[in-house]
Design a protein. Structure first.
Lengths: 448, 385
């Protein structure tokens, strides 16, 4: 696909505090944590008890539905705590780092290994959860032969990490990772930013798709939809670019790699830049390095401001995210804030504010800027949803749980994060991502 | 500002959860959120939200209505003094109009909002902002001399039957403001048509020719106004419908802010122009001979297509559907005008009719999308089978 993919509908929300292109190499933290909530619809089962000694790569828990899928410790040390929530749900498995022993696996040149052997290494090393499967964005099923694997190195969400920059010194490992994935699926699509002379264009065994356009142009769903849309019963896999490197490193060293380069960004960050650490690192360490004023009332988000998961300063980095967004909480009143053309400093896609006139980076807080209402305004969702799917009709089908209608209207082609901008833009303050997430649980239960 | 905030927090106390007047919280919230955008932060979904909310959207529509309303108030006085043959100043005309129109607006808001508040408390949801627009629209599309109690009953009918019976703002099928007018039109026909109702206090005088242009045409009389006069709006008619010029200003506000659908407006103008042009070619009677461009500026067409047909709840909701919906509103408006002399104003019935058919239009637009998907699935299943 040489002519590339041009997305027109969507929005660029220019926020203050974009990460500067500096990488702070190998930052360690005192504790690391695995959070089962990072994986959609996962029921974890513990291997270990509190106090157990672990090496980097020791399995900590596994998936109840598919015991072959292991989740391993990113570092060596002691399992310090299993934090549970209501109904004894596991929220966090905290590991105190100590020493540097690591579990070793026997690996060979990926070209010389057959598919089964590669799957086995990925499963045993704990690298398997890097692969996720559409529909539903669950961890890939090792029994499935996917139609294709999609990788998007074009992150378009507000403040998101620049993968061209992030991967520039690790292209060899990236290629290695692709070689491994090539044994799992015939076709690998690699999407990159069209406005950039991408070094990734030279990566072998991939179909290169240059993409341009506003967010959510870089979302895998959008790229899948416009290259080879998913039909009922079809499956594709996705993987994040840095995890391709992690798989490459596994096949170079024989050890599980949990490398995570994270952009610490947002208006509340004093020195927004990239920090290279490991999956599950403690946020307080990262905040200190990035000079976050933790005295302020802040919102810590694992991921981008539209789709990320809320956490706290004592929390830990998520499994998949290359972005840590930190912004101010917005629990203040605004007098007559409903008047059109008032408070133009708040980013707005609506023309009832002058915000669209200036493209200057703006600060944003977590104020709801209004109250939830019934759906009244039409057409605004379509403007930020660049797929041949009717978002409002799909949402309504999801609200009433009409499975047949959801299928017809395209539930298989979307995941909650595609509705991030709809959450942001819609006048009625409807939480579209929640509606889609609930609908996907329903689909998993009823259809599977 | 913080003083007012503190005072408000104090007043709110007994309405908080678990307190004595908890049930009435929606009522006090409506006043509170009118003064302050609340301090609520996001808990689920996206962590950041657009500055726009339903209040802002509705207030934008109210702003867009202002030019037509102010001119309508002036025109009420202007028609009164012109038909009576008295001399007057701009201020005289404006004050006369304001004296007539403002009480209607007050009645409409008091009756409508009382019902809205009662339902919000009864159902335990927040008061919706939709009535801010509806409540202003209703007096603007009434004849000026209609008694206030009729306004009150029409409003009550519209809010209860057209809106709350369906579940409130966002759930209604018919446009509430037009339902109010349709109710008055069929319940009190003598106050809603004829040649005495369109000019303020005309019924007390003989020899007043206060017929609307469409009314005259339907009766087979000649029209003595030029196109420019009709466009500018110094003609008899419902309070705010007469001036295409000031309605156009409102339309611009709606289109630029993106609050009103330009697709519906463009579709409507196209449909009406096309239909008017076809009738011009036919030319069997006075109404058919009435130039197509004049059709666009007389009667309620301009007001209806800009402010009523674009109501997002009762209109078609898909982008393609909006074109079809608008086009058909225009076509039916002129059809009704020309073929049914009992209803010289066709736009009200055309919009209500299309309100009913809007879900059907959307159904077929969405069905096309579903069929595309089904076809694709069939193809891939063939490949893999």
């Amino acid at each position: 696909m040489s002519k590339g993919l041009r997305i027109r509908r969507g929005a660029r929300i220019n926020l203050k505090g974009k990460a500067e292109k500096i990488i702070n190499e190998s930052v360690g933290s005192r504790t690391y944590a695995l959070q089962p909530d990072d994986f959609f619809a996962l029921t974890p089962k513990m291997h270990l008890k509190e106090g157990a000694k672990v090496q980097a790569g020791t399995p900590v828990f596994f998936s109840k539905n598919n015991p072959r899928i292991q989740f391993v410790s990113p570092v060596a040390g002691t399992l310090k705590a299993i934090v549970r929530g209501p109904k004894r749900k596991i929220l966090e498995v905290v590991i105190e780092a100590q020493g540097d022993e690591a579990v070793s696996h026997t690996v060979a040149q990926p070209e010389k290994m057959d598919r089964e052997a590669i799957v086995e290494v990925l499963l045993q090393s704990g690298s398997w959860p890097f692969l996720r499967q559409r529909p539903y964005n669950v961890i890939a099923d090792p029994e499935v032969h996917p139609k294709a694997i999609y990788i998007s190195a074009f992150a378009t969400a507000p403040l998101d990490a620049d993968f061209e920059f992030l991967l520039k010194d690790q292209l060899a490992s990236f290629q290695k990772g692709i070689d491994v994935l090539h044994q799992l699926a015939e076709t690998i699509y690699l999407a990159t930013d069209q406005n950039y002379q991408s070094a990734l264009a030279a990566i072998k065994h991939t179909t290169h798709i240059p993409v341009s356009g506003p967010h959510p142009a870089g979302n895998e769903s959008v790229i899948i939809h416009h290259t080879d849309p998913l039909a009922m019963h079809e499956k594709v896999w996705t993987i994040r670019p840095e995890d391709v490197v992690n798989i490459g490193l596994l096949f170079e060293t024989g050890q599980y790699s949990a490398q995570r380069t994270v952009a610490v960004a947002g208006s509340a960050v004093g020195k927004p830049h990239y920090i290279k650490t490991k999956i599950g690192a403690q946020l307080s360490t990262l905040c200190e390095i990035a000079e976050v004023d933790t005295q302020l009332n802040l919102r810590y988000i694992n991921g981008d401001v539209l789709t990320g998961r809320r956490t706290q300063q004592q929390g830990h980095l998520g499994f998949y995210n290359n972005l840590l967004s930190i912004i101010l909480e917005g629990n203040q009143y605004r007098m007559f804030g409903w008047m059109p053309f008032k408070d133009n400093g708040i980013p707005s896609l609506s023309k009832t504010s002058f915000a669209w006139l200036s493209n200057k980076a703006k600060a944003i807080d977590t104020n709801l800027n209004g109250e939830e209402r019934a759906l009244v305004v039409t057409g605004e969702m379509e403007k930020v949803f660049p797929m041949d799917i009717y978002p409002m009709q799909l949402l309504k089908a999801c609200m009433i749980g009409d499975i047949e209608k959801m299928e017809w209207l395209g539930i298989y082609e979307v995941i909650p994060e595609d509705f991030g901008l709809i959450d942001f833009a819609n006048t009625s303050k409807i939480e579209a991502q929640e509606i889609i997430k609930d609908a996907m649980y329903l689909m998993l239960k009823e259809v599977g | 500002m913080s003083f007012i905030r503190k005072k408000l927090d104090q007043i709110r106390k007994p309405f908080e959860k678990g307190q004595k007047w908890e049930r009435f919280a929606p009522a006090i919230n409506a006043f509170d959120t009118f003064l302050f955008v609340p301090n609520h932060t996001t808990s689920k979904g996206a962590h950041v939200r657009d500055a726009v909310d339903l209040k802002r959207t509705m207030i934008t529509v109210v702003l867009a209505l202002m030019p037509a309303l102010v001119y309508g108030i002036y025109n009420t006085g202007y028609q009164h003094f012109i038909q009576l043959g008295q001399s007057f100043t701009f201020m005289d005309a404006f004050l006369h109009g304001a004296f007539k129109v403002v009480p209607m607006i007050v009645v409409s808001y008091v009756v409508g909002l009382s019902i809205e508040f009662a339902f919000a408390v009864y159902r335990g949801h927040e008061v919706n902002e939709g009535y801010l627009v509806t409540g202003l629209l209703i007096p603007m599309i009434m004849p000026v001399d209609i008694p206030l109690w009729m306004v009150a009953i029409s409003v009550a009918f519209a809010v209860l039957i057209a809106k709350e019976a369906f579940g409130g703002t966002g759930m209604n099928i018919l446009n509430p403001a037009l339902t109010a007018r349709a109710f008055a039109f069929f319940a009190y026909p003598t106050y809603m048509s004829g040649n005495k109702v369109w000019v303020s206090e005309a019924s007390t005088l003989d020899g007043v020719s206060g017929e609307t242009i469409l009314g005259s045409l339907a009766a087979g009389q000649d029209v003595s106004y030029s196109t420019l006069q009709m466009f500018q709006g110094g003609i008899p008619g419902s309070i705010a419908e007469t001036s295409a010029l000031w309605i156009l200003v409102g339309a611009l506000i709606l289109i630029v802010t993106g609050v009103g659908s330009w697709r519906i407006m463009a579709g409507g103008v196209l449909g009406a122009a096309l239909m008017g042009f076809l009738f011009n070619l036919w030319g069997a009677n006075a109404l058919m001979q009435f130039d197509w461009f004049n059709h666009l500026v007389v009667g309620g067409f301009a007001f209806g297509i800009v402010f009523m047909a674009t109501d997002p709840v009762s209109a078609a909701q898909t982008q393609k559907g909006k074109w079809i919906y608008g086009l058909l509103v225009g076509v039916f408006c002129i059809l009704i005008r020309v073929f049914n002399p009992a209803y010289p104003e066709g736009v009200m019935l055309a919009i209500l009719l299309m309100n009913v058919f809007a879900p059907t239009i959307d159904h077929y637009v969405v069905e096309a999308n579903i069929n595309r998907r089904k076809k694709r699935w069939a193809k891939t299943n063939l490949k893999t089978a």
